[in-house]
Design a protein around this ligand. Structure first.
Ligand code: ADP
Length: 645
C-alpha cells in the first residue's frame, strides 16, 4: 500500500478551541491531572487491543505484554507517555483528537457562566481527556500506529493548542501511541522522576497495566572509591498494576476507590458512594459500582452509552453493555468482571446469555441496596443530593422494573403540602406515618409546575382539614402514578379525580350543610349544565373547595387533565388512541359568594356569561388553555365595566 506523506494543517472545531482556552485557564490549579488523563487513555487503548486480539491473535505481532511507558528529557524539556495499545488510524486521529464528539456538548457550552470557579467545575463534569495536556505543554506531538497497520501508516499529529493542528504520515516501528509534551517554561517541575512517580501513585495506581519509568541507577563504588558498576538506566514499575477490583476491600483506600471512579466514570469529581463485592455460586462475578456525585450531561440522551464496563477474567469486553444495567440505573458507573462467560463472547451471546441476566439481576439488587442504605442513613445529605441529581431517573424504575417496584417505591421522594420548600424530600413512608385518623388514601395532585401544584384549588379542603397532599410536577410523575397505585396497602388517590371520600373525616355538621346545599342548588346545576353543554360530563356541588368558586375534576378512571396536556404537547392524538372524549366534571362551591350570587341572578344572559367565566377560570387554574381567550377577556371586561358604572 502506498500512502501519501502529505502534511495537512487543519483547524480545530470551534468548540475545541473554546474548551482548550477554558481548560488552560481554569484547571491550572490542578494541572497535574494531565498525567492521569493520558495514562487513562493509554489504559483504555490497551483494553481495546486485548479485546480485539481475542479474535485476532495476530494483532499482538509478538508483543502481548501491554504496558505504559513514561519518560522525560530534561534538556529537551519533554515528557513522553507511550503505550503499545490499539493505536489510531489517520481518520481516527482526525475524528478523536481535534473534535469533540461527546453528546451533551451543546448543553455544556450553554451551561458555562464565565465565572472561572463555576466553569472549572463544569469542565470537570464534562471530562477533560487528552486536551488537558495543554495545561502544561505549549506543543504536543502525538504519533500513533494502529494495531495491524504497517510502520509507514503511522500518523503524527502536532499542535500548539491554539487554532490548528497538523497531520502527516510518518514511520513508527512499534504499534501504539506516543505522546510527547513540550513543557512550558514554568512547568519544569515535572521533569523530576519523584514528581512523576508521586502523581502516578496518587491518580493511577489502580491501572491494571504496568506503568514503567526509566530509573537512573547511580554508579556504584567500593570503599576505596573505585567504580564497581557503571551508572545505568533501569525500568521500574511505578504502580501496583493489579486490577483494583480483584484486591481485597481492606487493602483499598478511599482515595484509590475515588481515583478508580474518575478513571472508569470519566469524571473529575468524587463519587457519592460505591459498592464493591464478589458473588460466588454457579455464576461468579465481582462488581465495583459507583453512584456519581452529579448527573452527567447526557443523562437524558437516549443514545448515551451505559456506564458499566464488562470484563471477563480481567479482559475488557465492552463498555456498551445495555444488558448490565436497566435504563433507570443508567447513571451507575463501574465494572463487572465475571469468570462465568467465555472470553470470546459476542454481542449476540451477551444479549441472550442467561448468565448475563443473572448478573444484571444481582447487580441491580446491590445498587438498590446501596441506595436504600443511603436513604436510611441518619445524615440524609447524601441521599438528598442523590435525589436531586437522579430522582427523576429512579422514578422510571417503577415503570421499568416491576420486580423491584416495592423497593424502588421506598426510594421515592416527593414535595408535599407538609414541607415548605420545593425540594422533594417526603418519602411515602413519611406520608403514611402522618396520615390522619380515618384517612384511607395517600393523596396527591399533579400539575405542570410546582407552583401550580401548590396553589391548585383542589387542595383547599385538604388544607382546611390539615391532610397532607403530595405535590407532583415532574413529567414522569403521571406515568409513575399510573404504575404505582398502592403503597403499604394504601391507595394513591388524585385529589382531582372522582368523588373525594373524605366522609369519615367530615363532621356531622359538614354533612348536614352539604345535604341542604344539594337541594338548594338543584335547578342552578341543571341550568349551568345546559349552558356548558357537552364541554362537561356533569355539573355538581363541590366538597373540595373552600376559597375558589369552581374547579374541574376528572372521572375516577379517566386520564388527568395534566396527563392529557402532556400527551397533546408530545403530539399524541388522543382521539385516535381511543382516549379522548372523557369530559371533565364541573364542580361549583356553594359557599362562595360568586356562586350564591349567580343563584340569585335573574338575567339569563348575565347568568350565562358568569357561568362561562367561572368555567374558563377553572380551566386556567388547572394550567389549561382556553379555547377562546379573547372571548373570556371580553366577557370579564364587560362585567368589570358594569361594576365601575
Ligand atoms: P475520552 O478519553 O474521554 O474519550 P479524550 O479526548 O481523552 O476523551 O480522547 C478522545 C479519544 O481519542 C478516545 O476516546 C480514544 O478513542 C482516542 N485516544 C486518545 N488517546 C488514545 C491512545 N493513547 N490510544 C488510542 N486512542 C486514543
Amino acid at each position: 500500500m502506498t500512502v501519501e506523506a502529505k502534511k495537512e494543517t487543519l483547524g480545530f472545531q470551534t468548540e475545541v478551541k473554546h474548551l482548550l482556552h477554558l481548560m488552560i485557564h481554569s484547571l491550572y490549579s490542578n494541572k497535574e491531572i494531565f498525567l492521569r488523563e493520558l495514562v487513562s487513555n493509554a489504559s483504555d487503548a490497551a483494553d481495546k487491543l486485548r479485546f480485539e486480539a481475542l479474535s485476532n491473535d495476530g494483532l499482538y505481532a509478538g508483543d502481548s505484554e501491554l504496558k505504559i511507558n513514561i519518560s522525560f528529557d530534561k534538556d529537551a524539556k519533554t515528557i513522553t507517555v507511550a503505550d503499545n495499545g490499539i493505536g489510531m488510524t489517520r481518520d481516527e486521529v482526525q475524528e478523536h483528537i481535534g473534535t469533540i464528539a461527546k453528546s451533551g456538548t451543546k448543553q455544556f457550552f450553554d451551561a458555562l457562566t464565565g465565572d472561572q470557579a463555576k466553569d472549572s467545575e463544569l469542565i470537570g463534569q464534562f471530562g477533560v481527556g487528552f486536551y488537558s495536556s495543554f495545561i502544561v505543554a505549549d506543543k504536543v506531538t502525538l504519533t500513533t500506529r494502529k494495531a495491524g497497520a504497517s510502520a509507514e501508516e503511522a500518523v503524527c499529529w502536532e499542535s500548539a493548542g491554539e487554532g490548528d493542528y497538523t497531520l502527516e504520515f510518518v514511520e513508527k516501528d512499534t504499534r501504539g501511541t506516543e505522546i510527547v509534551l513540550h513543557l512550558k517554561d514554568a512547568e519544569e517541575e515535572f521533569l523530576e522522576s519523584y514528581r512523576i512517580q508521586s502523581v502516578v501513585k496518587k491518580f493511577s495506581d489502580h491501572i491494571s497495566l504496568p506503568i514503567i519509568m526509566d530509573k537512573e541507577i547511580p554508579a556504584e563504588t567500593d570503599e576505596e572509591g573505585n567504580e564497581t558498576a557503571l551508572a545505568r538506566i533501569e525500568d521500574e514499575v511505578i504502580n501496583s498494576a493489579s486490577a483494583l477490583w480483584t484486591r481485597s476491600k481492606d487493602d483499598i483506600s478511599a482515595e484509590e476507590y475515588n481515583e478508580f471512579y474518575k478513571h472508569v466514570g470519566h469524571d473529575y469529581q468524587e463519587p457519592l458512594a460505591h459498592i464493591h463485592s464478589k458473588v460466588e455460586g454457579t455464576t461468579e462475578y465481582a462488581l465495583l459500582l459507583y453512584i456519581p456525585g452529579r448527573a452527567p450531561f447526557d443523562l437524558w440522551d437516549r443514545d448515551a452509552k451505559h456506564g458499566v464496563k464488562l470484563y471477563v477474567r480481567k479482559v475488557f469486553i465492552t463498555d456498551d453493555a445495555e444488558q448490565l444495567m436497566p435504563r433507570y440505573l443508567r447513571f451507575v458507573r463501574g465494572i463487572i468482571d465475571t469468570d462465568s462467560l467465555p472470553l470470546n463472547v459476542s454481542r449476540e451471546i451477551l444479549q441472550q446469555s442467561k448468565k448475563i441476566s443473572t448478573i444484571k439481576g444481582g447487580a441491580v439488587k446491590k445498587v438498590l441496596t446501596l441506595l436504600t442504605s443511603l436513604a436510611n442513613d441518619e445524615d440524609g445529605s447524601k441521599y438528598t443530593n442523590f435525589w436531586k441529581e437522579f430522582g427523576n431517573v429512579i422514578k422510571e424504575g417503577v415503570i421499568e422494573d416491576s420486580k423491584n417496584k416495592d423497593k424502588i417505591a421506598k426510594l421515592l421522594r416527593f414535595s408535599s403540602t407538609h414541607s415548605d420548600a420545593e425540594v422533594q424530600n417526603v418519602a411515602l413512608a413519611d406520608y403514611v406515618s402522618r396520615m390522619q385518623e380515618g384517612q384511607e388514601h395517600i393523596y396527591y395532585v399533579t400539575a405542570d409546575s410546582h407552583v401550580a401544584a401548590k396553589n391548585s384549588p383542589h387542595l383547599e379542603i385538604f388544607r382546611k382539614k390539615g391532610i397532607e397532599v403530595l405535590l407532583m410536577s415532574d413529567r414522569v410523575d403521571e406515568w409513575l402514578l399510573s404504575n404505582l397505585t398502592e403503597f403499604d396497602s394504601k391507595h394513591l388517590q388524585s385529589v382531582a379525580k372522582g368523588e373525594l371520600d373524605l366522609d369519615k373525616l367530615d363532621s356531622e355538621e359538614d354533612k348536614k350543610e352539604q345535604e341542604e346545599a344539594g337541594k338548594d342548588f338543584e335547578s342552578v346545576l341543571t341550568q349551568i349544565k345546559e349552558i356548558l353543554g357537552d364541554k362537561v360530563s356533569e355539573v355538581r356541588l363541590s366538597h373540595r373547595l373552600t376559597d375558589s368558586p369552581a374547579c374541574l375534576v376528572t372521572g375516577a378512571n379517566d386520564m388527568s387533565l395534566n396527563m392529557e396536556r402532556i400527551m397533546k404537547e408530545s403530539g399524541q392524538d388522543l382521539n385516535m388512541m381511543g382516549m379522548g372524549g372523557s369530559k371533565p366534571i364541573f364542580e361549583i362551591n356553594p359557599t362562595h359568594a360568586l356562586v350564591t350570587n349567580i343563584k340569585a341572578e335573574q338575567d339569563d344572559d348575565r347568568f350565562a356569561d358568569i357561568t362561562q367565566i367561572l368555567f374558563d377560570q377553572a380551566i386556567l387554574s388547572e394550567g389549561g388553555q382556553l379555547e377562546n381567550p379573547t372571548e373570556f377577556v371580553h366577557k370579564l371586561n364587560a362585567l368589570l365595566q358594569n361594576l365601575l358604572k
